[in-house]
Design a protein. Structure first.
Length: 317
């Protein structure tokens, strides 16, 4: 039996499932409670909707190097990792552009648009400025380094990172699953596959069923956090770095598989921003695409290469 805890965090419902005791005797119930406390702390540090949060204070600090907790340093490292992995498509320094699009306050409890925005404008492109290149974590000095005025948005990166942090806490238990508002980290020493369903954002129709033993699953889409902008046009939280406006690429939802929750989040967002023709390279571990016309496309991970034949007197490495 698994112990489950569901609570409000990251602007929605978060669930932690833990099965079995750890070798040190920690029960599933105690581990789930510890994971909840960890996730709430990460949320408090990384939210941009509280001016007193550590991330908000970092963003307002005029110094180029700012003392930061290990959690915020890992976020800064994730910002750079996202830029490198996606060639700048996933850029977590676009907070000003996100606010200008209409996402200045928390949208917790707010209904998204009834239908996906269909104002196709083409694939997103990286910004020439590439501000993410100037962000780094200095773990020796215990600081985050970035040019003053460059502000970070935790967003989906923060959820993927949080799921991984909780997964690290629960790794010794036979089974665990951390579900942070679309970002999942699954694992456990028992190595048991966990079924994961990918659903349509409107109507909850099942689009695909996945089995995950150990890794991350993340879904990024334009429905949940969507609204009508001041100009009367549909808007959402996925920003095209080149234009600074919400991206309308022909994809409305992408689910990505990856070894970690953070990487899955990065790859899901990158694939959606890249659009239907260029999504595939961003999903090397597989994924599910929902096109604006309602078509569902499933990309399978590549088959592992066949084992090399052994040679007498040699060891394959």
């Amino acid at each position: 039996m698994e112990h489950a805890r569901t609570f409000r965090c990251f602007g929605g419902a978060v669930t932690v499932l833990v099965g079995g005791a750890a070798p040190d005797g920690t029960t599933a119930e105690a581990a789930a409670a510890a994971a909840e406390a960890l996730l709430l702390e990460v949320n408090d540090r990384l939210t941009r909707f509280d001016p007193a949060s550590e991330l908000s204070r970092l963003n307002a600090d005029p110094r180029p190097a700012v003392p930061a907790s290990a959690t915020v340093r890992r976020l800064a490292a994730a910002v750079r990792t996202a830029g490198v992995l996606t060639g700048g498509l996933v850029d977590a320094t676009l907070l000003t552009e996100l606010e200008q699009a209409g996402y200045e306050r928390s949208r917790e409890g707010a209904a998204g648009l009834a239908a996906a925005p269909d104002a196709f404008t083409g694939p997103a492109r990286p910004a020439r400025a590439a501000r993410w290149r100037d962000v780094r974590a200095d773990d020796v000095a215990g600081t985050v380094v970035r040019p003053p005025g460059v502000r970070l948005d935790a967003g989906g990166l923060g959820k993927g990172l949080a799921a991984d942090l909780a997964g690290e806490l629960l790794a010794a238990h036979p089974l665990y699953c951390v579900a942070c508002e679309g970002d999942l980290r699954i694992g456990g020493t028992a190595g048991v596959p966990r079924p994961v369903t990918v659903t349509h954002p409107v109507g909850r129709e099942v689009l695909a069923a996945l089995d995950v033993v150990d890794g991350g699953v993340a879904t990024s889409g334009v429905h949940v956090r969507s609204w009508t902008g001041a100009d009367g046009r549909p808007a959402h939280h996925l920003i095209d770095p080149r234009t600074g406006r919400p991206a309308h690429t022909g994809l409305v939802q992408v689910t990505a598989l990856a070894p970690t929750g953070l990487e899955a989040e990065i790859r899901a967002k990158a694939a959606l921003l890249a659009g239907p023709d260029d999504a595939g390279p961003h999903l090397p571990h597989g994924g599910v695409l929902l096109h604006a016309d309602g078509r569902v496309e499933r990309l399978a991970p590549p088959e592992p290469p066949p084992p090399r034949a052994s040679m007498p007197g040699r060891t394959n490495v």
